[in-house]
Ligand binder design. Sequence first.
Ligand code: ADP
Length: 377
Amino acid sequence: MDAYVIARKPKSLLCQPILRNGVLTGVLYLENSASTDVFTPERVELLGILAAQAAISLDNARLYDQREKALEAAKESARLKGEFLAKTSHELRTPLTSIINVPKMVLQAMTRQPGAVCSRCSSTFALDPGEQAHPALSCARCGQTGTLVPSAIAEYRGNLIEVCEYMEMLVKSGTLLLQVVNNILDFSKLEAGREVLQVETFPIRQVVDEVLAATAVLADQKEVAFDLATIPEDLELTADRIKITQILLNLLGNAVKFSPRGSHVLLEVKQTADQIQFVVKDQGIGIAAENQALIFESFRQVDGGPTRRFGGVGLGLAITRSLVELHGGQILVHSALGQGSEFTVALPRQGRPDADNRTSSPPRSTPPIEPNPGGSR
Ligand code: ADP
């Protein structure tokens, strides 16, 4: 017998199922410790009516709860959308401002005046006000007559070294813009399930070298050093080379972005019988355990508010995870706040087993595995 009943010793006891459309949604439990046979047929009938009412109330409460949860989710999604739009506008506006202002500065240091160009030796000449490139004039350089044609002459009054720096700023701003736009396009492609893998077999070393070269400028600016564990020349992976490059670029880019000046980022490639694992480890700000699942959701940043210290629109890791899973792989993070982060991407060595099913599934907004107490997913 039930331990509770043994201990309480009720004289009368009633259990009335609460049914809603034939489904058990609760149980009405009544007991009386003073008298026996208190639950007469009339009372049971009345309790039956009460149980039916309770079933409706329980159902309503459950629906209300679901509605509240749906409203909360809608509010959170609207908040993330607003934050995303603000972040994206900022990410686009900053490089765009350079792209407009830098050429303006160059133009301000330039003068344009009428001149002439020799069609024979290509020499250019400034003309005095009112002077014209007359057909009878001869070229002061090659001496040929009748070769001068009217043209405009531009002169830069500043230092050409500055122009080189300006050009570098333009390339950097343009690259940043392209990255933001590419991230958004990639995300929408993955979300629509339109991403398809182009699988080939390639040496891992080559891709790693390309990725390190592409991230070198960023790392140099922050004086972050890359430590690369030796990768055998002949170690190969069967996967979509461009997407693997993108995965590593995202992870290394984040590692540098969230690392302090003068720190180290380690990139290691490990092999098991059927997996290739890429490990990217930094000595950066780290991620608190409660945020480790969130960072793989789209539009999420740990510090996503208006006073955030780091750029980005919160799509990199959502895209990375989708690309890894598209390959039949898995991504894990181990991190501790203030002590750095370690991201591991494990991929099947010979491409994903169900090779016919290579189109993407949308990046999820809820991660499949909850973070464990040790902080991984
Ligand atoms: P974003 O491009 O905005 O950084 P990601 O999806 O790449 O977006 O990353 C989401 C968030 O995860 C980041 O904003 C940051 O809070 C956190 N994060 C990612 N990588 C690291 C890392 N190596 N160290 C610390 N935090 C990280």
